[in-house]
Design a protein. Structure first.
Length: 318
């Protein structure tokens, strides 16, 4: 239950700790589902990940994964999908003999995920009249590319690598040449070494605090991109705990905080979470006049610092 507080104070810093449980907003920016990760690893450690950043839950029965082996036409093989993919969530289709690092994050086991570097995978969507149309892909139809396709200027990047879609991408893309690009700057993908499974199971940015404590500094995030309202954010326990400054308006889909000092929002700053969130947030609120203030707790699980309660007269309702 929300509590309302009526305060008259000369000038204090209003401090409260939040356990965040925001939900039911729709701030998704992606135009449709798209492939967020592709991994062609050692042995049978292979998977394809699909991301939903559309702002709404999506019925997966309206989508299929397509495959072409060693050159050919779409689709030589089809993987039917089912269930509901929540906004901000991913769906991982994996080979059944993958290591547990992969299978534990997986949603659908399929023998069709026997990826070799020259196998193309596409995401298709229902056309509403009984068929499906390709909307996104890794690789393309046509001739066998050989060992694999070049991506971001890396030779045969679809073989013995993990490809992760850049967080700046908000739409599927059927133009494979445009998607793979010619170098790291114009490609939609980041190419990681074989058996890199760090990012499986979520699509978003992880806080590193490499530069300082400023949320709005891109180099403080592992992808050098500040999270936005179509992405997720993870804040692990690191040296520099993040601070949202008074001039920053931050927004994410899901937020997971394990940082022991939590996240701090300075007075004037804001944070909008359109999905779900966990962890501690300290919100500093500067009330600079002698007026009366009506305070209403904005989230479930909020607790107030008792220091000001003892020092000021409060009228409490709720």
């Amino acid at each position: 239950m929300k509590q309302k507080y009526l305060l008259r104070i000369s000038k204090i810093i209003f401090l409260f700790i939040l356990t965040l449980i925001y939900s039911n907003s729709t701030y998704g920016q992606a135009t449709d589902l798209f492939i967020s990760e592709y991994s062609e690893g050692s042995s049978n450690n292979k998977y394809v990940e699909i991301y939903n950043g559309t702002g709404a839950n999506v019925n997966l029965s309206n989508y299929q994964l397509w495959r072409i082996s060693n050159g050919g036409n779409w689709p030589e093989a089809t993987i039917s999908l089912s269930g509901t993919l929540a906004n901000g969530d991913v769906y991982v289709v994996y080979h059944g003999s993958s290591f547990s690092t992969i299978s534990d994050k997986g949603d659908l086991e399929s023998s069709q995920i026997s990826i070799n570097g020259d196998d193309a995978f596409g995401l298709a969507k229902t056309d509403g009249i009984g068929g499906f149309t390709l909307i996104d892909g890794v690789g393309e139809d046509g001739s066998d590319p050989g060992s694999g396709w070049d991506v971001a200027g890396i030779t045969n990047a679809t073989k013995d690598h993990t490809l992760v879609r850049k967080l700046s991408v908000t739409s599927p893309n059927t133009d494979w040449d445009e998607s793979r690009g010619t170098d790291a700057s114009d490609s939609e993908w980041i190419v990681y070494a074989k058996d890199t499974w760090t990012y499986i199971g979520y699509h978003g940015a992880t806080w590193t605090g490499a530069a300082d404590t400023d949320w709005a500094t891109a180099s403080n995030w592992d992808t050098d991109l500040i999270p936005s309202n179509h992405l997720n954010a993870i804040i692990p326990d690191v040296t520099n705990a993040p601070i949202i400054s008074s001039s920053t308006g931050a927004s994410v889909i899901d937020l997971a905080i394990t940082e022991s000092d939590g996240l701090t929002i300075n007075s004037g700053g804001s944070l909008i979470i359109s999905g779900t969130s966990s962890g501690n947030v300290t919100h500093n609120r500067n009330l600079a006049t002698t007026n009366w203030y009506l305070m209403s707790s904005p989230v479930i699980g909020e607790t107030y610092d008792d220091a000001y309660v003892a020092a000021n007269s409060l009228a409490i309702n709720g």
